[in-house]
Design a protein around this ligand. Structure first.
Ligand code: AHR
Length: 324
């Protein structure tokens, strides 16, 4: 398929001139009656956060009349690489994706570059040797989120805790960076000890399963704080604690990340202590960037989303305002 957004592809000037002479484009360089075609490869549907992110992207595309080719990778990198290759074959105007893991995308991104299709990263980063393989990365500062979680953990425990950690998807940017940020903060507090750490793959079911195993381990009695890399895993762990006769939020303090409604409900019930916000409502910002990229405009290489921290005492007031 030929791109209808010539500025997004190779040799823009001559293509534009031809279209302008024919009267087929408006002054912004867009083909007046043609839709922008965007291929988006999503991580999966692993969490409440992800569902909200998908809804935000789909509804914003619909609002703007964008032809969105959406593909769900079901948390598998190989599916994501296949989807990107298929977007290249379809000749979409822009490719956007939220990478399941950080590494392994360089070859397919080179293919996109060779085909003249610009790429925008949404939510998660990739590790590549050539920074020109994508135009912009829009998403949270995951290291900062980990640091915020670490600071909240310190406040909750007066700097003395046996910590169990539910890690996100192994190799994913949020799992790597949140672990890093958290450790940076607790490093100077020798009584903050991570005694158990395992991946729950960002899902509620796995979070529950791993917490059950933690509670059966020889270290179980030393756990006084749970750091979950997302709310869904924390909610699963809460279930596991209750089934084991442990009071979540009291016997074991809990800090997690995302700020989904379920976390606010758990805080309101006293079962979760803190959620560090990670904003999934990226649709409007993402398509602002995509539209600029399609027009050949320069965009910043990095756009960081603004986020807050919510403690239990704020839950009842904040809950009705939450959008996801
Ligand atoms: O990349 C963002 C993370 O992915 C969210 O924290 C988590 O819930 C999701 O699965």
């Amino acid at each position: 398929m030929k791109s209808l957004y010539p500025l997004a592809r190779g040799n823009p000037v001559s293509a534009l001139t031809t279209l302008a002479v024919l009267g087929l484009i408006n002054t912004s360089g867009f083909a007046a009656d043609k839709k922008l075609v965007v291929g988006f490869s999503q991580v999966g549907a692993e969490s409440g956060w992800r569902t909200a992110n998908t809804d935000s992207i789909k509804s914003e595309a619909a609002k703007r009349g964008i032809d969105l080719h959406f593909s769900d990778a079901q948390q598998k990198e190989e599916n994501q690489i296949k989807a990107i290759r298929s977007f290249i074959a379809q000749g979409v105007d822009v490719i956007a994706f939220s990478p399941v893991v950080e590494t392994g995308f360089e070859p397919v991104l080179q293919e996109a570059k060779k085909a003249g299709i610009p790429v925008v990263l949404s939510d998660r980063a990739v590790k590549v040797s050539d920074p020109t393989l994508y135009k912009c990365f829009l998403g949270s500062d995951f290291i900062e989120e980990g640091k915020r979680a670490g600071n909240e953990a310190l406040k909750l425990t007066d700097g003395k805790a046996g910590i169990a950690e539910l890690v996100g998807t192994v190799g994913s940017a949020p799992a790597i960076d949140r672990a890093k940020g958290f450790r940076e903060v607790i490093a100077s507090h020798p009584d903050m000890k991570i005694i158990l750490s395992q991946s729950g793959d960002f899902t509620r079911a796995k979070g529950k399963e791993v917490m059950e195993a933690f509670l059966k381990s020889p270290e179980a009695k030393q756990i006084t704080l749970l750091f979950a890399h997302n709310d869904d895993m924390a909610l699963g762990a809460i279930q596991a604690m209750e089934e084991a006769g442990i009071k979540p939020g009291q016997d074991i303090k809990i800090v997690s990340i995302d700020g989904v409604k379920g976390a606010f409900e758990a805080m309101k019930d006293g079962k979760l202590n803190v959620t560090v916000e990670c904003n999934p409502l990226l649709g409007p910002q993402l398509f602002d960037i995509i539209e600029k990229v399609a027009k050949g405009e320069t965009v910043p290489a990095r756009v960081v989303t603004q986020e807050g921290v919510y403690e239990q005492a704020q839950a009842a007031e904040e809950l009705p305002k939450r959008q996801y």
